[in-house]
Write a new protein. Structure first.
Length: 410
């Protein structure tokens, strides 16, 4: 009897959602997007999850249904949102994360009681210091909305992102890097209401009652050749064959071949490598691969090409937070990066490695990518693990992230 009552309650809840929505969305789609169902969040906070997830699930359908009444007029921001939503399909769902819900509630209550706006706390604490105190994962983002208590109004305000040239709020909601979120709607002494969304790339502690049982980063992207379950594997024989359909595998194989005999590749790469000492092969590391893939996709989603992301985050913290533990001395700054090389513009894994090793040619006295990939400096010569990510899209067409690192005990 208890099971029947629970089932009836779920059906009633789904019928309520369908009454507020459109027949284009199936019960299965609504149930998948309704990740906060059963938590102790308010109904409007639960709906924030639902609307964000529907936009991530099928942006074009979301535009035709929920978003349609908001997408009128001649605003350039509305026009760009229409273009962006057309490109969004099957992104990972956002699940309620306990610590992120707590940090969001802290900030919403703080801003509301002080009549403030912005990401810093009333005592001056920076956004990522506040989030990082409770959520121990290096990748995070925050959205703040003002003036609305209705979930759809909130989500659409952030997606349209009027007068925000960076479109940072929209990017965070649609960013495939994130699968964890905390949301809180509180009263505000100036704007009546404010809502805070805190995003993360890993569900450390699911909110009680959440339908999520996924405590790891998941990757549901379709626009690359990366197999998240297995990743690239070393060549099965000694042939220098870089014609795999998996371009990440090609990059991995080619780099190890160059490391084995650098001078042999001088003419092909276009820079004299005869003085570079041969080094051991790098071993594929799946944790580094996932972090690299997330960074490549993040550069596509947020339209940047840099070692430090728009939130000020460097790769060291992301690597460490994913479980590949680094020395404390490598984590002294949130923007620290010792293990990352980035390339863009080529689909080919081999050509992307050539681009990084060439690194401006003989006239580049720094050549940091070349030194990193070939272990020319002592710091990198004893790095032994590698992970590579590639994502399609954005300004340059293809974005590559190569991580070559070593644990804290080396």
């Amino acid at each position: 009897m208890k099971k029947i009552l629970i089932l009836m309650a779920m059906l009633i809840a789904m019928q309520g959602l369908r009454a507020q929505t459109f027949s284009e969305w199936s019960d299965q789609e609504l149930a998948k997007a309704n990740t906060a169902q059963g938590t102790n969040l308010t109904q409007q906070e639960k709906l924030v999850f639902l609307y964000c997830n529907l936009a991530r699930m099928d942006g074009a359908k979301f535009m035709r249904t929920y978003a349609a009444k908001y997408l009128t007029g001649n605003s350039s921001y509305v026009a760009s949102l229409k273009r962006d939503l057309q490109q969004v399909k099957n992104r990972p769902m956002l699940y309620p994360e306990k610590d992120l819900c707590y940090t969001a509630a802290l900030h919403a209550a703080d801003m509301g009681s002080h009549g403030m706006i912005g990401h810093n706390s009333s005592d001056g604490t920076a956004c990522f210091t506040r989030i990082g105190k409770y959520y121990k994962c290096g990748t995070a983002a925050e959205n703040c909305s003002y003036g609305y208590s209705d979930a759809l109004d909130i989500v659409m305000q952030l997606l349209i992102d009027e007068n925000t040239p960076s479109l940072g709020h929209r990017v965070s909601i649609l960013n495939a890097t994130y699968n964890a979120m905390g949301t809180s709607i509180k009263t505000h002494k100036v704007y009546s209401y404010n809502c805070v969304q805190d995003f993360g790339a890993k569900i450390l502690t699911p909110l009680s009652g959440s339908s999520s049982n996924n405590n790891n980063y998941t990757d549901n992207r379709q626009n690359n050749n990366y197999n998240d379950n297995q990743g690239p594997t070393p060549p099965s024989d000694n042939r220098n064959n870089y014609n795999s359909t998996n371009e990440i595998e090609n990059a991995f194989m080619y780099l190890n071949a160059v490391r084995k005999n650098p001078g042999q590749y001088s003419n092909e790469i276009g820079v004299d490598l005869s003085g570079v000492q041969p080094l051991h092969e790098l071993k594929w590391n799946q944790t580094l691969a996932k972090v690299a893939q997330a960074k490549a996709q993040d550069m596509v989603d947020r339209n940047y090409f840099a070692h430090v992301d728009p939130d000020g985050g460097g790769m060291n913290f992301k690597i460490n937070a994913a479980g590949y533990k680094l020395r404390d001395s490598w984590l002294t700054s949130y923007s620290s990066n010792n293990f990352e090389s980035l390339a863009a513009g080529h689909k080919s894994g081999k050509e992307s490695i050539i681009q990084l090793i060439y690194d401006g040619g003989a006239n580049n006295s720094n050549a940091g990518h070349r030194r990193h990939l070939l272990g020319i400096d002592p710091f990198w010569s004893d790095c032994y693990d590698i992970g590579i990510g590639m994502a399609k899209g954005g300004q340059y067409g293809y974005y590559w992230c190569v991580l070559i690192a070593k644990h804290d005990f080396k």
